[in-house]
Design a protein around this ligand. Structure first.
Ligand code: V47
Length: 360
């Protein structure tokens, strides 16, 4: 019989939680107990440290051939507000980030209908021309699949050429929720969950590290969430290539799903999801509380529910904000450090691979 006590015993003994354990936790209303276990599990790995980095998001285009129902960012090519950044604009944004002390550029975009593969490589070279020391975390598995199709090249060749042009690691976007029944409804044009996992596996085997995400709070069940986490944990067992897991709460504003009545899931679900992820993903070193989607207050409280990373300064964010996220567009490094200290933790500025840069 599964109970909170039996789960607590497993956690204390370092024993892996089963899918049924995770389902039990999602169904439980004992948020404080779940959070306490997750905080304990996190401290065993990360101590009192909470990580953040100085980064900048850069969305090179919002033009996208897919029509995901959760997305407020995408545009058709001829639609008002559609854009594709030129090399000069990418260079100037990267330069601005460098002047602000950024160590990382997080660059992603829509699936553009006509850009050749070479254009993506050129974007990487453009950022690196500003400073080879800027870590380039770019292109989700969904974009990499698009490049493979556009170029006709095998996946490992695409990844190899991207690396040659300056790609350092990959963000975790595009995972959404793997369960086919929900995924088809949510984003029927998008690559399958299996393909997302295949691309990440290939990237890890090519020596690229990446993150993993899960979009929750739309139409998925608890079982779908556990299925998603379980597939990530299995892949991590095989490759060890994931750096961090990021749970992304759905922001309904300006999205087709809002018109179907989907509303924000709320703080209890946010904190429980982070805590369950910390407990279940025993082979992930880091769980991010991404303040952009969670909001500053929930992200800070998440540090007592198993999260050990607040992500970064971001500067300008479009994907969550076009969908109504009410967090600020960016956050100063001092402010991030203050939030962490006020939660009773030690802020540590990290690089993209979690090397510690400085204590604050
Ligand atoms: O892939 C899109 C999600 C992702 C909405 O790897 C939405 O370090 C909520 O992946 N409401 C992009 N989420 C963001 C992302 C990310 C962010 C920060 C850090 C990292 C990392 C990755 O945002 C998309 C999609 O899953 N998304 N629309 C929405 N309305």
């Amino acid at each position: 019989m599964i109970s909170l006590a039996s789960i607590r015993e497993k956690v204390r003994g370092g024993e892996r939680l089963s899918d049924d354990d995770a389902l039990f936790l999602f169904a439980s209303n004992d948020l404080a107990e779940i959070g306490e276990m997750a905080a304990w599990a996190n401290e065993r790995t990360n101590g009192r440290r909470v990580f953040y980095n100085v980064n900048r998001h850069l969305n090179y285009t919002n033009i996208c051939v897919n029509r995901c129902r959760f997305c407020a960012f995408r545009r058709d090519p001829d639609e008002k507000g559609a854009y594709l950044l030129r090399a000069g604009e990418i260079r100037s944004l990267a330069h601005d980030a460098l002047l602000r002390g950024a160590t990382e550029i997080h660059m992603v975009g829509g699936l553009h209908p006509s850009l050749p593969f070479e254009a993506y490589r050129e974007m990487l070279r453009t950022v690196k021309s500003v400073s080879p020391r800027l870590h380039l975390k770019a292109f989700t598995a969904v974009e990499v699949d698009h490049m493979a199709r556009v170029s006709g090249l095998p996946l490992n060749e695409v990844l190899h050429r991207l690396r040659e042009s300056g790609l350092d690691s990959m963000p975790g976007g595009g995972a959404e929720i793997f369960a086919p029944s929900v995924r088809t409804h949510l984003c029927g044009d998008k690559i399958s969950g299996e393909r997302w996992l295949e691309i990440m596996e290939c990237a890890h085997r090519c020596g690229l590290r990446s993150n993993a995400t899960m979009l929750y709070g739309h139409r998925e069940s608890h079982a779908d969430r556990v299925d998603h986490l379980s597939r990530l944990r299995d892949l991590q067992d095989r490759t060890g290539g994931f750096l961090a897991f990021v749970a992304l709460p759905f922001q309904p504003g300006n999205t087709p799903l809002k018109e179907q009545g989907v509303r924000p899931c709320g703080g209890v679900d946010d904190l429980k999801t982070i805590a369950v992820a910390r407990l279940f993903l025993d082979n992930f070193a880091h769980i991010k509380a991404y303040w952009v989607m969670l909001g500053e207050r929930i992200a800070q409280v998440a540090l007592a529910f198993g999260a050990d990373d607040l992500d970064g300064t971001v500067v300008e964010e479009k994907i969550g904000h076009e969908a109504g996220a009410d967090s600020p567009p960016g956050m100063g490094r001092d402010h991030l450090a203050r939030l962490i200290r006020a939660a009773g933790r030690e802020p540590v500025e990290r690089d993209s691979l979690y090397n510690e840069l400085r204590d604050r």
